[in-house]
Design a binder for this molecule. Sequence first.
Ligand SMILES: [Cu+2]
Length: 153
Amino acid sequence: MVGKALALACTGAAGAALALSAVGSAGDRSGSVIVLRGTVGPGFTINLTRNGRRVTRLAPGLYRIIVSDRSSIHNFKLEKSGGAFERRATTIGFVGARTITVRLTAGRWEYYCQPHESSMKGHFIVGSGPAAPQTTTTDDEAGDDHGGNSGRG
Ligand SMILES: [Cu+2]
């Protein structure tokens, strides 16, 4: 009796593990929501990273941004150039983490600390538009956008 119960328990656990891993890989593959990390403070620094690397270009889509605000004198704002979108992730006085979910559309986006915008700011490009002029330009940066060139006669 005991042996049978154990066997059943094992089967159940294995089944659950399988289900979990299936869900996890499916989520990563479809890329439904991509996680970015924003940090501001404690000094006069602001960053937006993906997998630990500073974000410079992203594909359009839905993103979850986890913002760590490490100073009460800074905030974290995200906006699309041209004023089509503006979101304040954290406020002055707030210290801690906030998560915002944003659909990034093609264009130039900026993140900055509002009171110190002249020095605490960064930007990135969504889609295959031109890179920012002050960064080094490479000719073929948009190459990974076209999945497959099957133009063979
Ligand atoms: Cu600031």
